[in-house]
Design a protein around this ligand. Sequence first.
Ligand SMILES: Cc1ncc(COP(=O)(O)O)c(C=O)c1O
Length: 354
Amino acid sequence: MDARQPDDIDDVMAQLPLTTEALAERLAKFPRVPLAHLPTPLELCPRFSRAIGDINVLVKRDDLTGLAFGGNKTRQLEFVFGEVLRSGADTIVAGAYTQSNWCRQITAAARKFGLDVSLVLAHGVKGPMLQGNLLLDRIMGADVTIIEVLDEELQPHLEAKANALRAQGRKPFLISSFELATQSLAALGYVEAVVEIVRQLAAMGRTLDHIYVAGSEMSPAGLNVGVKALGLPTRVVSISPIAYPEGRAEEIARIATACAGLLGTNARFDPADIVVDDAYIGEAYGIVSDQGREAMMLLARSEGIVLDPVYTSKGMAGLIGHVRRGAITKGANIVFVHTGGLPALFAYAQDLGL
Ligand SMILES: Cc1ncc(COP(=O)(O)O)c(C=O)c1O
């Protein structure tokens, strides 16, 4: 994929900080398609907040972005599909694990624009179980191939699929979550989420002290860019759902720097600028953890908001852990970004101890 700066974005590197209006104007210059129901609600959770400490938790309901059960990827795909449609492709090729929220939202976006979809999915924890995201991929008519590799080994298989389609006379577009061009464009979705959150908090008369997200790459990268571009005193905390031997700060910093560059700013991110906590992964990615289960039940029973077992329950476990150990000042406003993932919940019914 080509990640280009729009032609009319200021050549002059923007002096930071930008106003929310100036940042919103820059974002509006990128080719983009409407996929998400925006703005998503920002809900104050007083009962949950009281249950965990003397703080104010507000949940940014990006589980409600609306595209085939929604989630964080829908915001990101608005920018990615801007490029897809410009390319004249007729088929999307993408891949991740069988319970991938990314692939489910890609499939829905492709269908909305009349494109075919070929998914190459890695077996993962839940394999070919026809539930959750895989069920939705199949309902939306994606051509699905499941193979026994790890997610990070998928790239050559995706390229082979795209080549095979090309040989059949199709015009495939490979959306790869491993390429910096795709990652930096996708991260723009979370730069815009910061603009949205700041405006919503201003209307409530609140400041933004911390943002928590169960993030792996594009979401924390975009949130960090948004906070830095606006010069906010906010701390972005990414609670990891996946263990990487080399940690995640370097990758998030790399995407954030590329994303800031697309926006015409020369902001650079060092891994030391990125706050990542790997302590809440539990046994492994995709396996329910005790702390995640506790977080899921607590939020559901105090506020009627449901988290997913793979990402957001572990992210919320991180927030609860930080509040309980006194790492957050009393009275702070904490926005927890609910990144969705809910379809997978139903594939995990047996793992929730109910
Ligand atoms: C529900 C959910 N939350 C968080 C993430 C992590 O998002 P990102 O890679 O943009 O950080 C994903 C990624 O698939 C997801 O599906």
